[in-house]
Design a protein around this ligand. Sequence first.
Ligand code: KG4
Ligand code: ZN
Length: 357
Amino acid sequence: MTQTTPDHRPDRPKTILAVESSCDETAVAIVRGGRQLIAGTVFSQIKTHEAFGGVIPEVAAREHIQAMNACLADALAQASPAMTLNDVDAFAATLGPGLIGSLLVGANAAKTLSLLTGKPFLGVNHLYGHVASNYLNTDLEPPFLCLLVSGGHTQLIHVQDYATMLILGETLDDAVGECYDKVARIMDLPYPGGPNMDRLATGRMEGYPAGDPKRFQLPRAQTNRPFDFSFSGLKTASMRQYEAARNALPAGDEPAMAQLKADFAASFQHTVVTTLFEKTRACADAHELNTIAIAGGVSANSGLRKHFENFVAANAEYRLFVPPMAFCTDNAAMIGASAYFNPITTDWATEVFSRSA
Ligand code: KG4
Ligand code: ZN
């Protein structure tokens, strides 16, 4: 990845303080010129939601309220030299999609700072934010194809220019992150499911052996439109096959149970990764796009990253952008980048939204 200096667009506020609070991470970052991270802090609520096995929206909103001011102060103090609100040119926040109660906390925090300082407020679409995570510390410019894989979305996006994104394919049912989380749950893996499934699939979970990705044959959905995805069939088939295999084990055979779990996770991950990769490659070729970026929480998946990286290593005509791990899952740096390159023009009446078209 190439280190770049910030972009200089005289019509844009150069230094943006951005807030992200759409789900279970309270995050604040200061980004210069859309590409340079000055400071960033993420407070994760995982510990709180772990006990429930998933995110409880009311609890998430309360945690955001508790963490917000500390995160804001932390980001300003982290900058070197430390910054004050005077050094910020605009304030940004995620407006949606996400959990309404959580979004309100971040949006209102940034709007308040904007009102206090008389500096602009910029709204950001969370999905545009994930795409923009690839602009941080790189020289990536549109056009490119972005595979966006998160807890709520699975999309192939033709990023034609910074503000024009054409959806070439998307999931018809479950998002891939959701599928990971649900299958992890039936396998009794701890929350958050996706990262734990990835660890188990790649022999990085303590007490478990390496898994065999060929032991289980899981289905790949056919879709009418070639670049759409469907994961609900895989989810159902996974539940059925896993339960059948588990019920066939002799009671109390712990080593066999550990091997079953590792093999199942490896097989599941192999199916998901190859499906995502093959569709992305076919889509890139069909649209003559040889720059590919991946984004969203599932882009942290070790199998997915490795598969794309190996492909590009062997096919020099493609360029690949994979965000560093800290920019894959929800963070505010990507919101700062997106606020610079493609802000939602807002007025004070602009509200948060839970879903996007
Ligand atoms: O982008 P994100 O942090 O939040 C949304 O905008 O949805 O994505 C969260 C999703 C969750 O479903 C989580 O399980 C999944 O990303 N995820 C992973 C990994 N890390 C996060 N899935 C598979 N492998 C991972 N390493
Ligand atoms: Zn996200």
